[in-house]
Design a protein around this ligand. Sequence first.
Ligand code: GAR
Length: 207
Amino acid sequence: MSAIPPRKRVGVLISGRGSNMVSLAEAAQAPGYPAQIALVISNIPDVVGLDRARGFGIATATVDHRPFGRDREAFERAVDEVLRVNQIDLLVLAGFMRILTPWFVARWEGRMINIHPSLLPLFKGTHTHRQALEAGVAEHGCSVHFVVPELDAGPVILQAKVPVLPGDDEETLAKRVLVEEHKLYPAALAEVASGRAKLEGGAVIRG
Ligand code: GAR
């Protein structure tokens, strides 16, 4: 009989409503899911995502970025300390709207993933649904990728596509993409937490 590997302890960083975090917390309730959501941290106090996390019995913390001013690394050191105390193995960015320094990215290299609402490498940054509509693409979607120092440029683990329909506006398109995000992120986290997808030499290696 082979021993069941311990579930990875996952920390989720949020800045707002936390709907992707909820999809991960729900997925992690399934027996056999290779990760547990051990901690949710927000950089903005009192966001609804923190309440939602507590509803699942998940430990929460707020590390407000504002007292740190322009010193991004000092903010990140505070976040990192909370992650260390909580023995976090893997870090998941879920609507976390802060740009990370090379120091923090290096510290979590291969152990930090992000979801981005576009088919990367298309439409990096913000307002991705507007960018997609303005570009007139027929397909749009979302990507989960390992985080590297360059914004939204890390190797992609999984992607999901949606059609862009006649009459779509940012809101209708965002809703259609979000439905896919909520399926894609739990699937991608399972790949990473189980070791089936790894970052090696700047690429995703599948085992
Ligand atoms: C999601 O659509 C996520 O892909 C996006 O923010 C939203 C957060 O929603 N992330 C980014 O744009 C990161 N560049 P949520 O708080 O309900 O998960």
